[in-house]
Ligand binder design. Structure first.
Ligand SMILES: Cc1ncc(COP(=O)(O)O)c(C=O)c1O
Length: 446
């Protein structure tokens, strides 16, 4: 791999204290750091020069693989040409061009795009927009937000309020008022070792009717769910579940938001999970794969009717008092445009879709390995759930994570669930290596 010598020559910092690492056991990590210093295509390079196969597309974001030349060049050129320009009462061409490209990719009439800088910001933007939209139409009484247990919607106050992962919520006080949660859709007894979508569980969407009866639907602004819950450990929607949620939302005038921060941009072999499942929400939030992880960016897609509702007052007034200094940042836009080109030119969504069957078989080959209590998969995503060690939850998955890294494979874990989601340029040989290495580690740890 060209350029690795210079990348591996990166000097290591001699002070690890100052950086308060996100979502990390800081003290444990700093005693035995795992550093990455380079990356190309399917691999990272570790500090000691070893190649590490990326089984997780970074954090589910590097969908086209690492250091792709077209994206790198677009970023370099753009930063030299127009490094920054404001988009408040000013503009530059790139976010207009990008929004039009994205709108053309999005399902049905989700043809307006608002830019943020992360998934968390995209989610909080969508939640605020939902409430503001109803107000703009004279339904200011619709303020409640419904999320789902085990949902992950980033770390803003809106996102953790509608989110349903207790460890992400409990440190932060009372959160937003007026939020309720649907039950999550996972039942191991009924779903374990399902390939693709489980047959059991569509009826769980009917819990939304119960929440409507409890709060009165006229108080509910929006329901937000991940079409496939990722960060909680890969929960795949039961057959018919998303369609039922859609129908109930439509019946009661509630907006349905799909949080596609993980599922967007090819993870399921389509532009969006919405397309894969054939269910069209009113808004889509995305981030990560929009720029292939190179430059931070998030986005909210909204249906035409929602945008139009804001465009009613006097033309000289700002329609939505919301936005970020870096909404539509030129370098992020350049990265996103080059990323979309790369996806299209290399037909990466289609290419990954062609690999789904092979991926599924490889994942389920771990079924009888020690401590494996479930394997589930969809698109180019799989989860291998381990029986937690008595009294030491997460220890088993952490051990597998460290051992895999030592053997040159990056995996991810949440609780005792190992999640795998490689870049879409993945080949069969990489699939074999991912499940081969993980299988060996599980056998040896037994
Ligand atoms: C579904 C979902 N929403 C939101 C987020 C938050 O994105 P970010 O970390 O870019 O703020 C994530 C991140 O993993 C996610 O998976």
């Amino acid at each position: 791999m060209a350029g690795y010598e210079s990348k591996t020559a990166t000097p290591m910092p001699n002070n690890l204290e100052a950086f308060f690492m996100p979502f990390t056991a800081n003290r444990q990590f700093k005693k035995a750091p795992r550093m990455l210093v380079g990356a190309e295509d399917m691999h990272y390079v570790a500090a000691d020069g070893r190649k590490v196969l990326d089984g997780t597309a970074g954090l589910w974001c590097v969908n086209a693989g690492h250091a792709r030349p077209k994206i790198t060049k677009a970023v370099q050129d753009q930063v030299a040409k127009l490094d920054y320009a404001p988009n408040f009462q000013m503009g530059h061409p790139l976010p207009f061009e990008l929004a039009a490209r994205l709108a053309a990719m999005a399902p049905e009439d989700l043809d307006h795009v608002f830019f943020a800088n992360s998934g968390s910001e995209a989610v909080d933007t969508a939640l605020k927009m939902a409430i503001a939209y109803h107000r703009a139409r004279g339904e200011g009484h619709r303020t409640r937000l419904i999320g789902r247990e085990r949902g992950y919607h980033g770390v803003g106050f809106g996102g953790i309020s509608v989110g349903g992962i207790s460890s992400n919520r409990k440190q932060f006080g009372a959160l937003l008022p007026g939020v309720d949660h649907l039950p999550h859709t996972y039942d191991r007894a009924k779903q374990a070792f399902t390939r693709g979508q489980p047959e059991w569980g569509a009826h769980l969407a009917d819990e939304l009717e119960r929440l409507c009866a409890l709060h009165d639907p006229s108080t509910i602004a929006a329901v937000i769910v991940e079409p496939v819950a990722g960060s909680t450990g890969v929960l795949i929607p039961p057959q018919g579940y998303l369609k039922r949620l859609r129908d109930i939302c439509s019946k009661h005038g509630i907006l349905l938001i799909f949080d596609e921060v993980i599922t967007g941009f090819g993870r399921l072999g389509k532009g969006f999970a919405s397309e894969y499942f054939g269910v069209v929400p009113d808004m889509i939030t995305c981030a990560k794969g929009i720029t292939n992880g190179t430059i931070p960016m998030g986005a909210v897609f909204l249906r035409k009717g929602i945008y139009d509702a804001f465009m009613n007052g006097p033309e000289n007034l700002i329609e939505l008092f919301h936005g970020y200094t870096y909404s539509g940042h030129p370098v992020a836009c350049a990265a996103a445009l080059a990323t979309l080109d790369t996806y299209a030119e290399e037909e990466l969504f289609e290419r990954s879709a062609a690999l789904h069957g092979y991926w599924e078989d490889a994942a389920h080959s771990l079924k009888d390995h020690p401590h494996v209590i479930d394997v589930r998969n969809i698109g180019l995503v799989a989860a291998v759930e381990l029986d937690p060690l008595a009294g030491k939850p997460t220890a088993r998955a952490y051990d597998a994570f460290v051992k895999c890294f030592e053997r040159g494979l990056l995996i991810r874990y949440t609780a005792d669930i190992i999640a795998l989601s490689p870049p879409l340029i993945c080949g069969k040989e990489h699939v074999d290596e991912i499940f081969g290495t993980l299988g060996d580690v599980l056998k040896e740890a037994a």
